[in-house]
Design a protein around this ligand. Sequence first.
Ligand code: PGA
Length: 251
Amino acid sequence: MKKLLLANWKMELTESSTLDLVFQLKKSMKKISKVEVAIAPSFIYLKEIKNLLGRSKIQLSSQNVAPADKGKYTGEVSAAMLKELGCKYAIVGHSERRIKLNETDELVNRKINQCLEAELTPVLCVGETFEQKQQGQTDSVLVKQLQVALDKVSNLPESEIVIAYEPIWAVGTGQFLKAEELFAFQRTIKRTVSSLYTEKFYDEKVRFLYGGSINSIIAKDYWVCDYIDGILVGGASLDPMEFYNIALEAE
Ligand code: PGA
């Protein structure tokens, strides 16, 4: 599996700035071959972006997905709808949704099930708050988030999943964990996933991403690390040159 570079554009861009960014990335990313590049725009632009991307290798992701397959869920977008629009990935359980919209691990578990039913690859976000880090609780927070989110998922261990470790205190703050500091947390995640499923499942089907204030100056350190399978980028992905430079560091 190639390493993954995923851009999370959050609710930051209007239609014209979204399409402008896609247009620039479609050109620049042609030179990128070592990593898989994916973008997560707002739902409402997915169809237009799919058309604009044409035969580009850039993949599409949603930023969220409904916890049910269909029915009376006003305002929600199902995994099957996203698949039909051309999405390969869906971000699930991003810390901004957990904190600002009270998303629980149980809800995240339902969303992961939905993704896998529809053959979308979930990008499960996990991570601790600053207070939890201060109290030395990072490992136990990660274990609990994973145990609930990945509990009895029907299409595992056959399907691929992505797990993005994003310490909440590092998202959008300019603070980050160094690549070498991630080893211990990757170990915790691997151990937990292996005990829920198998180590073979982790080795063959799981990609471990880091996210939190990544920019092009530090990106190389993460790309060269063999236990890090990709990067999730927020702020720095809104600048086409900066995002391209992050990808370029992997070449
Ligand atoms: P950041 O965001 O790169 O701006 O820290 C990461 C994310 O929210 O996924």
